[in-house]
Design a protein around this ligand. Structure first.
Ligand SMILES: Nc1ncnc2c1ncn2[C@@H]1O[C@H](COP(=O)(O)OP(=O)(O)O)[C@@H](O)[C@H]1O
Ligand SMILES: [Mg+2]
Length: 413
């Protein structure tokens, strides 16, 4: 294991200071000015695997913006920017366009850790979730929100682009009237930046590679409560790709990863449909469709088999550990040692469970009880998307015109 340079952060919300190194993150602190004086760093919005995301004051346009500063290792012909530019400049008219992030500006910072692309977009609120306080079996809000996500994905697909990482952390709420706020109001709502000094473990001076301190993200939930909308915005084109591209891997968290990602099959834009099905279910259920004990692909494969049964041999043969958990016909093996028996929980039972409070959701009796009518449409839609056979998944037109969405209207800001 490589040795740490800096002491680990005392905050679980700020990025690890050790990520500030050659080819890593670019050191920035509150008040820094980037891009020839245009953007002033005001607060933190988040950090991801390859970036820090900052709330900035755009002093030219007198507005607030989000600036995603990519790490130094991202290549100089940055695909995320190319794809964002394609999305922003297209003349294609599509309903889903207003639900996909647009690029306002981009530039490069040449810093001590390398060259960093910076992507400027509108500021959005907190991540998509089942709204607190909804009755456990209410499907109305999930219907409205997921329809917008489907529109957004359909728009991307019209452009020949797949998102590749469509899950709740990459879908935020849009904000309204934010630009009318003074800076004092912004801080009063999001809180003052919480700073955590960066210290070298060997006691030497910090040097220029790391910032003086790391910063926790500001309170975007509070921000959004003050400026609420029912409109969503799909962000983070970091894993996006073009239809027909030859891919080795798609980096998306295991619970939302399609079977062809976790088992190892042909990777195509169809992964977005599976991810959409997971997101839709998650909004209805308040927990993920595929349940993982740990975050590992192995757990995702176990639960996908528990949900859909044995996959086609093209996928099944790629899973080396399959014999540990399943007989050759895909039925679960008995528990052994510390290994638990996988319990089948078919998709239909997962949908049936939505009619019960969280604590009463169960594995069912195995009898094919009919679904209550209000869940039948949802099940029918999910059944058309949550399939091992990627090519068999419903088309975006079929998804958007599915009876589950009839009556759901796109909200107006
Ligand atoms: N425009 C934005 N407005 C508000 N918060 C944002 C914005 N863009 C990103 N964030 C926050 O930063 C996090 C990481 O950004 P993202 O673009 O998803 O980076 P990564 O590619 O590292 O996942 C998001 O999950 C979100 O919390
Ligand atoms: Mg992300």
């Amino acid at each position: 294991m490589s040795q740490r340079t800096y002491a680990p952060s005392t905050s679980t919300f700020a990025e690890d200071p050790d990520r500030y190194r050659k080819d890593g993150l670019h050191p920035l602190v509150i008040g820094d000015i980037i891009n020839n004086g245009r953007y002033r760093i005001m607060h933190k919005l988040g950090s991801g695997s390859f970036a820090t995301i900052w709330l900035c004051r755009d002093t030219s346009e007198h507005r607030y913006v989000s600036v995603k500063v990519l790490s130094g290792e991202s290549s100089l012909d940055c695909k995320e920017i190319q794809i964002l530019e394609a999305i922003t400049t297209t003349t294609v008219a599509h309903k889903g366009r207003e639900f996909v992030v647009q690029l306002l500006d981009h530039f490069v910072i040449d810093g001590p850790n390398g060259k960093h692309w910076c992507l400027v977009t509108k500021v959005a609120g907190s991540r998509l979730e089942r709204k607190p306080g909804l009755p456990y079996n209410s499907l109305e809000w999930p219907r409205v929100a997921s329809l917008q996500v489907a529109e957004a994905l359909a728009f991307l697909h019209t452009l020949g682009i797949a998102h590749g990482d469509c899950y709740t952390s990459n879908v935020l709420f849009q904000l309204q009237y934010f630009d009318e706020w003074s800076e004092e109001e912004v801080y009063a709502c999001m809180g003052q930046p919480n700073k955590h000094p960066v210290r070298r473990l060997d006691g030497q001076p910090r040097g220029g590679n790391a910032p003086e301190y790391t910063v926790d993200p500001g309170d975007v939930v509070a921000l959004e409560q003050r400026l609420p909308t029912d409109k969503i915005i799909l962000i983070d084109l970091g894993a996006a790709f073009y239809h027909g591209e030859d891919l080795d891997h798609i980096w998306t968290p295991a619970p939302h990863s399609a079977p062809e990602i976790v088992f190892g099959g042909d990777l195509t834009y169809q992964v977005d449909k599976w991810a959409f099905g997971c997101l839709l279910y998650e909004l209805c259920a308040d927990h993920t469709l595929v349940k993982l004990l740990f975050g590992w692909n192995n757990d995702a494969m176990k639960d996908q088999v528990a949900m859909l049964g044995k996959p086609p041999s093209a996928l099944w043969k790629n899973w080396e550990a399959r014999d540990k958990y399943f007989h050759p016909d895909g039925t679960p093996k008995e528990a052994q040692g510390r290994r638990l028996k996988v319990k089948p929980l078919p998709l239909k039972q997962r949908v049936m469970n939505l009619d019960k409070p969280l604590s009463e959701r169960d594995y069912g009796t195995g009898d094919e009880a009919p679904l209550p009518p209000h869940l039948q449409d949802l099940y029918d839609l999910l059944e058309g998307i949550i399939t091992y056979d990627a090519k068999a998944r419903l088309s975006f037109d079929e998804i958007l015109s599915h009876p589950f969405f009839s009556g759901a209207r796109t909200p107006k800001i």
